[in-house]
Design a protein around this ligand. Structure first.
Ligand code: FBP
Length: 262
């Protein structure tokens, strides 16, 4: 990692990345709980909320919508992604180049690595190319570090998440996004293993407000530097409300009770 390479997508050294690559990764089913979020315009609007430090989207969505938002939203170009229709060993197609992302005005790149997959070697080599190209463009690098594949029994076990966090440091990410390993202590271990690379928690499937905020607060207590979240924001009826609460917990050190009173 390079000090400050992520400055354009962080605030006070912390990140709240709004992830919106679900149209690729999961398909339209993820928009059903809040159908207006099938329209990227709605989510770009949401990303103008003060709490959001970057919006992660794929190429086509960036091409179509980012030109109207480049003053108000930091763009995290999610370079690779594969649909849920793919049934093979975990892998992810690289859908756009770093150079093209820079032309569209991206501030950082995002890249999924499935450590443990039979495709890990090729994915790591693709990450190398993207990471070095990002350095040439002065763009930050965010790794979605998701160990998975036929050899892996539990992809959120504390040791596995610590390994995922370490891969981000070893391969040159500035921020590494990992699944929640189940406790603040396990998150602390992962954050320790990542050294200066910032670890952020991945949102996961939608839970109720208090449970979600308590998990986020626990992750922050454990040393996570924020959150990269999709469904737990955009699947809610009032996504702005949960962004207010997340802003309080992540950036203002509010307790969950205080955040819920906002
Ligand atoms: P969520 O907060 O909705 O879990 O989104 C985080 C994310 O990493 C997205 O960027 C991505 O689309 C999705 O999760 C992938 O989830 P998975 O591969 O675990 O199904």
């Amino acid at each position: 990692m390079l000090p400050d390479a992520d400055a354009a997508i962080t605030r006070d050294g912390k990140a709240l990345i709004l992830a919106y690559d679900h149209g690729i990764e999961h398909g339209p089913v993820d928009f059903e709980p809040n159908p207006e979020t099938a329209d990227p315009e709605r989510v770009f609007e949401l990303a103008t909320h003060d709490a959001v430090t970057a919006l992660a989207v794929g190429k086509g969505v960036a091409e179509a919508y980012y030109p109207s938002y480049d003053d108000d939203v930091a763009l995290l170009a999610k370079l690779n992604g594969t649909s849920n229709l793919w049934m093979g060993e975990p892998d992810s197609a690289v859908n756009w180049s770093v150079e093209y992302a820079a032309e569209l005005g991206a501030d950082a790149i995002g890249f999924t690595l499935y450590g443990g997959s039979n495709h890990e070697v090729e994915m790591a080599e693709e990450f190398r190319d993207a990471q070095e190209a990002a350095r040439e463009q002065d763009m930050g690098v965010v790794m979605w570090s998701y160990p998975r594949g036929q050899g892996l029994k539990n992809d959120t076990a504390p040791d596995t998440i610590a390994y995922a966090a370490r891969l981000g440091l070893e391969l040159g990410a500035d921020i590494t996004k990992v699944k929640y390993p189940g406790s603040p202590e396990a998150m602390a271990h992962a954050a320790d293993m990542a050294g200066p690379t910032k670890v952020v928690m991945s949102g996961g499937s939608k839970t109720d407000d208090r449970a979600f905020l308590e998990t986020v607060a626990g992750a922050i207590d454990g040393g996570a530097k924020g959150l990269a979240v999709g469904r737990n924001v955009f699947q809610r009826e009032n996504p702005e409300e949960i962004l207010d609460a997340l802003e309080a917990v992540i950036f203002e050190e509010a307790s969950v009770d205080e955040a819920l009173e906002h």
